[in-house]
Design a protein around this ligand. Structure first.
Ligand code: FES
Ligand SMILES: [Fe+2]
Length: 328
């Protein structure tokens, strides 16, 4: 069992689109892993380190579903089992220690999720994925030069809309965040519901389905431990969107970030515009957050919190108990 409590939870580290014919290298919580697809289309994740002389497996190739180490050509198949040691010749027994140890890997929502150690939670459940009225739009996996904790604090916060997002949807006139209460939004997400008034110009119109240049919409925003946030948006014209954002710590000050959208309208002609608009919004957050060094202070009372920070405060309280159970 690993000493890091974060190792027992799931993180999106790649998009399924990234997994082609070559092995994919990812890094999570300071450890490098390699992911590939076997002959039976199963995904395998193991340390990016060959059992023989620690060759970087991600620099190898996948041949008929077997990952071949680039150093001496050992081949690894289903469940990470070593199938071939070319230097030993056909029919020679494979030493038991030659097999790779695999870790938990799952595919959900077009994303590849890893859990480094025995899972103590599940990948966040997004019921909208099973709703036939909704279409999913994926976006590329990004790497942000900031801590994942700062990203979640940002995603749970609406007070930054009229400042950070003034270039996309934020309205400088709408600064006051009405008092809200936190609640369980469904079985997975905990957060709050609110109404916002936003600018609805340019690319925003593809997202909202058109209308006036300033509109109001109903939203909810909530978190799922450790590092995922979901926002839902309901427009007056009946369009609904779910925005799922998730972060994963790569190493100190570097994190994966991606978001997934589900929409109940026809996105065959507008999908790319909607994604581009949300990417521009995320870019505004990235620019703001990459100037902030180190982890978000997590200790009780370490930060100044006002009423609009309630959701972040609760997320930090629960995240603290997750990473140091004895303190919680
Ligand atoms: S290090 Fe991988 S085959 Fe030798
Ligand atoms: Fe933001």
């Amino acid at each position: 069992m690993s000493a890091n409590p974060l190792d027992h939870h799931w993180y999106a580290v790649a998009t399924i689109d990234e997994l082609g014919d070559a092995p994919v290298s990812v890094e999570l919580l300071d450890i490098s892993y390699v992911i590939w697809r076997t002959a039976t289309q199963k995904l395998i994740a193991t340390r990016d380190r060959c059992t023989h002389r620690e060759g970087r497996l991600s620099g190898g190739t996948v041949e008929a579903g077997c990952l071949r180490c680039p150093y001496h050509g050992w081949e690894f198949g289903e469940q990470g089992r070593c199938e071939k040691i070319p230097s030993s010749g056909e029919g020679t027994a494979i030493p038991p220690k030659a097999h790779l140890t695999t870790l938990s890997i799952e595919e959900h929502y077009g994303l590849v999720w890893l859990c480094p150690d025995e899972p103590k939670s599940s990948v966040p459940d997004l019921g909208v994925e099973r709703d036939a009225n909704f279409t999913r739009l994926n976006t590329p996996m990004q790497v942000w030069n900031c801590s994942a904790t700062r990203m979640i604090d940002n995603m749970l916060d609406v007070a930054h809309f009229p400042y950070t997002h003034v270039g996309t949807f934020g309205r400088q006139q709408e600064r006051v965040v009405p008092n809200f209460s936190l609640k369980q939004l469904d079985d997975t997400f905990y957060g709050y519901e609110y109404s916002v008034v936003v600018n609805n110009e340019g690319g925003a119109k593809s997202m909202s389905g058109g209308g006036e240049d300033v509109i109001s919409l109903e939203m909810s925003t909530g978190f799922s431990l450790p590092l995922s946030v979901r926002s839902t948006m309901s427009y007056k014209n009946g369009i609904e969107q779910t925005l799922f954002m998730t972060a994963a710590p790569i190493s100190k000050g570097r994190s994966y970030f991606t978001f997934v959208l589900w929409r109940n309208d026809d996105v065959s002609s507008t999908g790319q515009e909607i994604v581009d608009f949300e990417l521009a919004v995320a870019e505004e957050d990235r620019k703001m957050l990459e100037r902030l060094k180190g982890e978000l202070a997590l200790g009780h009372g370490d930060l100044v919190d006002v009423q609009s920070d309630k959701a972040s405060l609760e997320w930090r309280r629960r995240y603290r108990s997750l990473i140091s159970p004895e303190a919680g």
